[in-house]
Write a protein of this length. Sequence first.
Length: 540
Amino acid sequence: MLTQNSSYRNPNDGSFDIIFQSDGVFLVVQPPTANGMKVSAAEVLDKLTKKQVKNFDRRTVELIVASASRLPEKIAEPQREEQINATVTISVAPDKMKANAIISPPEGGRMLTSQEFISRIADSSIAFGTKNDIVEEVCRNPVYNQQILIAEGVLPVNGINGKIEMKFDLHKNVRPTINEDGTVNFRELNLIENVTRGQVLVSSIPPTQGIPGKNVLGVQISALNGKPAVLPRGRNVEISPDGGCLIASIDGLVNYLDGKVSVFSIYEVPVDVDNSTGNINFVGNVVVHGNVLSGFTIEAGGNVEVYGVVEGATIKAGGNIVLRRGMQGLGKGMLIADGDIVARYIEHSNVYARGDIKSEAIMHSNVRCGNKMELSGKKGLLVGGTAKVGREINAKVIGSPMATITEVEVGVDPGKRERYKVVKDEIALAESDIMKSNQAIEILKKLEKVGKLSPEKVAILEKSIRTKEFYESKIVELHDEIERLDEELEQESNGRILVQVIAYPGTRVAIGTSLLNVRENLQYCSLYRDGADIRVGGYK
């Protein structure tokens, strides 16, 4: 009787057969095809050992493997073929979350029973996630020499962080109303949201707990619990007794500034801001029913609203600035807002808004705007000076028929660019302070070693060490901020300019690092960046 035993390999690899015949035991070695692998003597010798072939000549086997002649060659005298049952090799993934098995086929023997298979799994220290249904199916319908997933762990599920829910309108629209005749109504702005004492401003949604997992070895894997939300507590608000809400502690106006919810009261000026009132510095909102005369200053933690004309004055607001008439800055007037600026007109002024700027005309001014600048109404005019805007300029007319130099730039928030320079300077200063502290510490340590450190100098040494630690911590924070600003400035390299009517020659356009000098009238168009160039497209 002839019994043949074949090696299971990839189709292009070499293969070998061990043949038991009445006149001896024979070895047949097939060479590989294409880029397949040759049969190795080691795997043949291993198979002969498993088959318990007796009295074979090792040197002969090696020569047969090397020649791979495809012909059967005798390696031992006649003997009975040992029957080998199927075997299973079990491996656990490095992360311990999966276990796989490879079944080697029986050679004259039988397939494993499901109980034998499960016993092998248990011997491999697998204690969780065994797929018994797969084991049963494989034992009924064997699949040889392929990886079979036999156990799988459960990944941990981290908890969800708590959230906050605002109970007031965060996005009040400061856009003025445009009348049918083209004039702009700066009176109905719906800017202020009033709240009453005890009103809930913010509520928190609690976090969820994490669900632990388990790997195939039965080891539990910890999960992270969600973190509770931090209530954005600002001024004139209090946390409810259960810790889940922010409540207004006074009647007033609610504002969301610098990540904090605050309630401000209003300071009203019924007359002009002049010598009778002096400069105004108020934590809340300021409303001026008259004019703001040249040389005076208004600083407010909230919004500033002026019903009259602003001359060469300075207005700084932590919120929005609304000028119902406008500003004639006389070359020294200044508007600075952490929110939006809305004015009928702005002339010969210096203007900065972290948010949007909306006006009917801006003339011969230096303007910086973090988001969008919109010039609408009858004129919709931007002429003279410079305008640096983060995202978009939308105007009817840019420049003038007299080719007045008008510089416009979009694509990078000017506030972020300036903050980047400030942080760089702060890092240099902190590093200088650390160097000075190190020098003082080094001198005082030397005195300490020789026992010449007086109590006064001990105090100086301790202060120097604290100073060094403070500035080292500060430098870490500043470097983190520099990395964040680098990333944001890299992303903010695009913007656009929309021209509803005309942009005149003399207009100089910069979008990111791309430049364009307008040399002919551009009508009803958009200017945008395309690679390194600025393109002129249709208005949209």
